[in-house]
Every structure is written in C-alpha cells, then in structure tokens.
Design a protein. Sequence first.
Length: 127
Amino acid sequence: MASSAQPRPLFISADLVLKAAELLDLGHDPIIRVEEGLGHGRRFAEDRESRLEVVFDPTGKLGTTGAFDDFLRYFRSRFEKMSALFRQRIDTRSAGTIADALAVGRMGEDGFVAMVVEKRERRIGSF
C-alpha cells in the first residue's frame, strides 16, 4: 500500500497501517485508535515502569589526565585502527609505513599509510 500511494510516503505512519489493516479485514475486533504518545498531552514514558539496571559505571575510568602519553596512546590507537581499515581495500593493501619507504630508499611511486599531524603553508614564488 505504501509503494502505491501517491505521493509515496517517506515513512509508514499509523494511519497507513490502519488503512491497510481495514483493507485486509482479518475478522478481528474493530480497530480502536489510542491517542497516546507524542503530542497528545501525556508523555508515554511517564506511564511506564522503568526496567533499567546499571550494570557498570565507567565514570571514574573515563577521560585522561591530559598528559602527553595519553594523547600519544590515543592517536597511535586511532592510527592503527584506521590503517587496518585502509589495508582492507584492494588499492591500499600493499601500503607500508613512511619508515618502510625511507628504509628502502628507492625512488618512484609507492604507497604508505600516514597520519597528518601538522599542516604548514608557505608561499612559494609570487603569482
């Protein structure tokens, strides 16, 4: 029903479901509209019992002291994860590191995975 509606709806609303149910006529009791939920004066969550249980509170273990080692560990971890993602691609599977490229010392094209730490712009010539 949603695919044949004009204009085609972006989402399936309760009205569309109710119309489809009426067309199916499954022989059940008549459909009763319940005006509950967003925009109907009451908040749905206020009428429900919470079944939330805190299993572990990591508050004291989150964050850093701001030391250089914390940032270094964070960026190395981030680099390793991103490098692993890049190496899953066919076109970057054989990419090495900058250290690998420098150790080999060959000229030409090669691929490597690196993280830009600082960007500096300088003026070359006058245009």
